[in-house]
Design a protein. Structure first.
Length: 87
């Protein structure tokens, strides 16, 4: 006889945080904290801890990449304005 093992369902907020981390990294990072708190509640049988970890990592790296991009962009824009002030 075969037994079927019923796995817990995936936490919806963990899945949303993972998807959001690719589109809006800061939002994915913030949502992953809320999802982690839900998963850490006693008696919670939902899965999704891996999604939360990846959402945190992708959210941090994506936010840092966006911040670096904007700093470089603003620096180049300011440099261009100072080199051609009368144009």
């Amino acid at each position: 006889m075969t037994q079927t093992v019923q796995s817990g369902r995936t936490n919806t907020l963990a899945l949303i945080a993972f998807i959001a981390a690719f589109m809006i990294p800061l939002a994915g990072f913030i949502l992953s904290f809320f999802a982690r708190r839900q998963l850490d509640d006693p008696g919670n049988i939902e899965s999704g801890r891996g999604l939360v970890r990846w959402a945190m990592l992708i959210g941090i790296l994506g936010t840092l990449a966006q911040l670096a991009f904007f700093i470089v962009w603003i620096t180049l824009f300011a440099t261009a304005l100072t080199q051609f002030p009368g144009t």
